[in-house]
Ligand binder design. Structure first.
Ligand SMILES: Nc1ncnc2c1ncn2[C@@H]1O[C@H](COP(=O)(O)OP(=O)(O)OP(=O)(O)O)[C@@H](O)[C@H]1O
Length: 341
């Protein structure tokens, strides 16, 4: 069954030809009403993935298909018309930079509808109120304020209201909770969960915060240096990662173990060599403690089965090589999977 949003073989590179791609053959499928988390360290390509999916960055190769229609090939008027439809919506990472400091909350939220051009003022006003109410903001109290005069948590929710005012079928939310305190974070996570439950909206959540994703995501994709190294149901991936990089990410998560604690130490990654550009083998080979010659030279296999992929030559066996019991047996007792919004 194909998803509502399908990314296939997506490769993006900036600058000169031949430069190492920022995204390299990314495969991701998002179904109706599904929440898919995208995790990975800084610079792994998460924001580029989101921007390419919504048409802000043209891919060098590969396809973005939305509801059966290829949108990565759209240009000019056709691309603008698709973007204006608001069916595939993107909530930017940084509310302070994404919101025009001179536009009131109400006008900022209305903008995607005014740009669409075919909706009357009364309808726009009603939709803006509805969007603000959905994200738990009082339109009468906050609607005429400027972004600088509301709190960080409120700004984040204004950005979400703006992203859902077009009633999208897919929302891509880029780090929607990273700048928030615990209560605002839980509020936003519950909101995303409600939007998918009540509207069947699909949500892609980009996040550093593994425990937030564990609470709401159905599936998760792990990005490392522009490649999806592992993906699958969140319980399986977080509970028993098949790629050593995923295990390292989980072992280093502050919510799971103290940074540099026994989990991370057990994996003992080596430092990344400066200027490393190899593309032939596994993207983690230069740091992986379980590396073999095949990892350096042959493309890593990905399919494991039942919606689970792991681009690791040694997926079936590396776990047996480490002494740390939590990593060796899987990580359910770490508490990560118990976290809920
Ligand atoms: N427009 C651009 N031109 C050149 N390089 C870019 C551009 N956008 C992103 N990059 C580079 O691509 C790489 C991935 O960036 P991206 O913002 O997608 O990563 P990220 O995983 O979202 O990081 P973070 O978690 O810090 O937001 C980085 O090395 C970044 O410098």
């Amino acid at each position: 069954m194909s998803g509502l949003l399908e990314l296939s073989g997506l490769t993006v590179a900036f600058g000169r030809r031949g430069a190492r791609p920022v995204l390299d053959g990314v495969e991701l499928s998002v179904g109706e009403g599904e929440i898919v988390g995208v995790i990975g360290e800084t610079g792994s390509g998460k924001t580029t993935l989101a921007r390419t999916a919504v048409g802000l960055v043209p891919p060098r190769s590969g396809r973005v298909v939305f509801d059966g229609r290829e949108i990565s090939g759209l240009r000019g008027r056709a691309l603008r018309a698709f973007r204006r439809s608001g069916q595939l919506s993107y909530a930017f990472q940084d509310p302070l930079r994404a919101l025009d400091p001179e536009l009131t909350v109400r006008r900022a939220v209305a903008e995607p509808l005014t740009v669409a051009g075919d909706i009357g003022d009364t309808e726009i006003a009603a939709r803006v109120d509805e969007a603000l109410e959905t994200v738990g903001l009082d339109a009468a109290r906050l609607g005429d304020r400027l972004p600088g005069a509301i709190s960080g948590g409120q700004r984040q929710r204004v950005l979400l209201a703006r992203a859902i005012v077009t009633r999208p079928r897919v929302l891509i939310a880029d780090e929607p909770v990273s700048a928030l305190d615990a209560s605002n974070r839980n509020r936003v996570l519950r909101l995303l969960d409600r939007l998918r439950a009540e509207r069947g909206m699909a949500v892609v959540v980009i996040s550093h915060d593994l425990s937030s994703l564990a609470g709401i995501a159905d599936r998760v994709a792990v990005l490392y240096r522009g490649r999806v190294v592992e993906q699958g149901p969140v319980r399986e991936v977080f509970g028993r990662p098949l790629h050593p990089y995923t295990a390292l990410l989980i072992a280093s998560a502050p919510s799971v173990r103290a940074e540099g604690g026994p989990g991370a130490a057990a994996l003992r990654p080596s430092a990344e060599p400066p200027g490393w550009t190899a593309r032939e083998g596994c993207v983690f080979a230069h740091r992986c403690p379980f590396v073999t010659d095949a990892c350096r030279t042959a493309p890593a296999p990905a399919p494991v089965g039942r919606g689970r992929t792991a681009a690791c030559h040694r997926a079936p066996e590396w776990r047996e090589l480490i002494a740390d019991p939590v990593i060796a047996q899987g990580a359910p007792e770490t508490g990560l999977l118990k976290a809920a919004p």
